[in-house]
Design a protein around this ligand. Structure first.
Ligand code: 5AD
Length: 336
């Protein structure tokens, strides 16, 4: 489809996305833009040290009960160079906001991955100095994931999301201006979130210079101030996946493992609603349990599980990496 056609389609659908009929419209549009191909990435959670104190997240600095870890370079090398599942085309290195791990472990690792493989390299490492972003990019990373969590400034402050809202937006823009593909996203069902916040968030994300965006269901996190709050609704999450797709046809939209915690077959249903990226978790089990995003018993996606979900959604794994796709078929961020 030509870019001008994508633009027209996007304008048309954006107006309709509020009263979306069925979430399967999202899957249909994904198929038009990407075929039925789903990108397959692996994630490794490199460190759970974090200097932020988000109310919703178990890795917040005030959680003194958590064992903190950083994976060793040897372990990371073993996972990436010896144990990578064959369907994986992209790797995402993720951590709490831990600049030491970035400098000492992640930067040299990215240089090695770049030298030894053709994997696309994504990172999700929080807010860092501009010089560190530049070093990561120079080392070979291409895709930066920086979640907004909520698109409302007051709500952002209330939930103690990282830093402040305006800096977060500036950072997203800075990353895009300096050549990164940027992905952001939000958590649906957060305490104090209103329907108006959700609308504001979807609109704001759709206006940012993003290559991708996500919606994660809120899961009341163990050892957080929100541990007794209600969990998100899967139907609402799926509607948001479809709406993000309809408003942003060219976006990379992940199915997230927490979707399986909020309802049956949530992950597969997210693919049916228009998601086009799955993630295999390769963090070793011992450390994985301390990567406390919300609960110790997360739903862990293995290669078998993601491939099954792709098949159930009548899709196929992409043999092309997400980064190669973005570099060779660039869709300019289209503003509505
Ligand atoms: N529920 C859902 N997602 C969460 N995250 C952190 N805590 C929670 C939670 N309680 C997600 C956020 C964050 C990422 C690291 O994990 O989106 O950006």
């Amino acid at each position: 489809m030509k870019e001008s056609e994508v633009f027209l389609k996007k304008q048309k659908l954006a107006n309709e996305s509020f009263k979306i009929q069925s979430t399967s419209q999202g899957g249909e549009l994904r198929n038009e833009i990407f075929g039925n191909k789903i990108f397959v990435r692996a994630v490794i959670e490199v460190s759970n040290f974090c200097r932020q104190n988000c109310c919703y997240c178990g890795m917040r600095r005030d959680n003194r009960q958590l064992n903190r870890f950083r994976l060793s370079a040897e372990m990371l090398r073993e996972i990436i160079f010896e144990q990578l599942p064959s369907s994986v085309t992209d790797i995402n290195l993720q951590a709490g906001e831990d600049p030491i791990a970035v400098r000492e472990i992640i930067l040299p690792l990215i240089q090695e991955i770049k030298r030894e493989t053709s994997l696309g390299i994504s990172v999700c490492l929080g807010t860092l100095d501009a010089s560190l972003y530049a070093a990561l990019k120079e080392a070979g990373a291409s895709y930066y994931i920086l979640k907004l969590e909520t698109g409302n400034a007051e709500h952002y402050q209330k939930i103690q999301a990282p830093g402040n809202f305006h800096r977060r937006l500036e950072t997203i823009r800075h990353l895009a201006e300096t050549g990164w593909f940027v992905s952001s996203g939000f958590i649906l069902g957060l305490p104090y979130q209103t329907q108006a916040h959700v609308e504001e968030t979807i609109d704001l994300l759709s206006d940012l210079p993003l290559a991708g965006g996500s919606v994660s269901p809120f899961i009341p996190g163990d050892q957080t101030p929100y541990s007794k709050e209600p969990i998100a609704s899967l139907d609402e999450v799926l509607k948001c996946v479809a709406r993000l797709r309809l408003k942003n046809p060219h976006w990379i939209i992940p199915a997230v493992s927490a979707m399986n915690l909020v309802g049956s077959r949530g992950y597969t249903q997210a693919l049916k609603a228009g998601a086009n990226l799955v993630t295999i978790n390769l963090t070793p089990e011992i450390q994985r349990n301390d990567y406390l995003l919300y609960k110790r018993n997360r739903f862990i996606m293995s290669e078998t599980r993601v491939l099954k979900a792709i098949e159930e959604a009548q899709c196929e794994p992409s043999s092309e990496s997400m980064i190669h796709f973005l570099q060779t078929k660039p869709f300019l961020p289209v503003m509505v």
